[in-house]
Design a protein around this ligand. Sequence first.
Ligand SMILES: Cc1cc2nc3c(=O)[nH]c(=O)nc-3n(C[C@H](O)[C@H](O)[C@H](O)COP(=O)(O)O)c2cc1C
Length: 399
Amino acid sequence: MHGNRILLIIGGGIAAYKSLELIRRLKERGHTVRAILTKAGAEFVTPLSLAALSGERVFQDLFSLTDESEMGHIQLSRAADLVVLAPATADLMAKMAGGHANDLASTALLATDKPVLMAPAMNVRMWNSPATQRNRATLERDGVAFVGPNEGEMACGEFGPGRMAEPDEIVAAIETLLAAPGPLAGMSALVTAGPTHEPLDPVRYIANRSSGRQGYAIAGALAEAGADTMLVSGPVAIAAPPRVKLVQVETAREMLAACESALPVDVAVCAAAVADWRPEAMANQKIKKNAAHSALKLTANPDILRTLSQGAQRPSLVVGFAAETENVIAHAQEKRLAKGCDWIVANDVSPVTGVMGGANNTVHLITAKGVENWPELDKGEVGRRLAARIAQALKTSAA
Ligand SMILES: Cc1cc2nc3c(=O)[nH]c(=O)nc-3n(C[C@H](O)[C@H](O)[C@H](O)COP(=O)(O)O)c2cc1C
């Protein structure tokens, strides 16, 4: 692969010396590399080395009159196909996770509209610290990709995860991210996943057993296929897949609001197990034991699948899920017509199937043309097959 424009941000860590080699390898492969060197980074490598290797001038200062007149910081962050942080220091991760913009590197990161790849490098305790791990999780949720850190001996003499990935690994990660656009490049997708929690009082809620695994796998597969993917998720215990934008919600009403604000999108996949009902009123104080015997009064929640299927900003393709415990296909066919969605993915969630919370799923894809029975697959594979079918359908409808 040749000819991509890489904006390389070099932070203040010992591993900055490896970034010199990284520039050399990227140049050998025909890429253009422009470097931003942080103030701390300049303690480890010189702008002269970077300029000599990259053949480009090196940017260091947010308030540089020369730099701003030559290439403003916003333009710098946009005139690239990919932004790479190597080494990504704990500090740079924290700044980006927190949305800071107090030097050239952090401002460029906040302003970029391009994919970002981080190659962290730091002492093992810094990497394992709750703050860095929180920042890593936030960045992953925001769609930042990571390469490394690797486990090994570090400059500080300690052993563990924290070593920056080797230049070759970083080049491979860069080229994977820049690889030929997937079949859903340029498309946008909305996926809902997980259960909803419907509060009864400040400490109790009504929920269901959905783990979110199937919806997360679908969101991951859509993003992998190149779609700009937003995942609206109820409370679950799993991490967002790479390059997926995660919006966390609790209730059905919050989920609907998040979905509506994501519109317009090309495809919506409603895999969440949205509670059909919620307590009519949420008590402001914990309901006392002796007051709780009266019947629960419930009221219907908004129907997210129907609202998206019948709304003014209807996605080109709307896919619903039907979790059934009997007459799976017949119920799902009725649901497809009642909601007005294009496809229903039906699955049997009876406890004997182990689908709820399990790794595998056996689904039936119900379209206007009929029923396709898919074999038992792991949820990742269900996601990939569904993403491939979605790409096919959107291509046909666009043609
Ligand atoms: C000798 C030395 C080595 C350092 N190595 C690292 C490192 O590998 N990773 C890291 O996150 N911080 C490291 N630091 C701390 C950073 O340089 C410091 O947090 C700095 O503020 C980072 O600035 P920057 O993120 O703008 O580059 C090191 C500091 C010193 C003095």
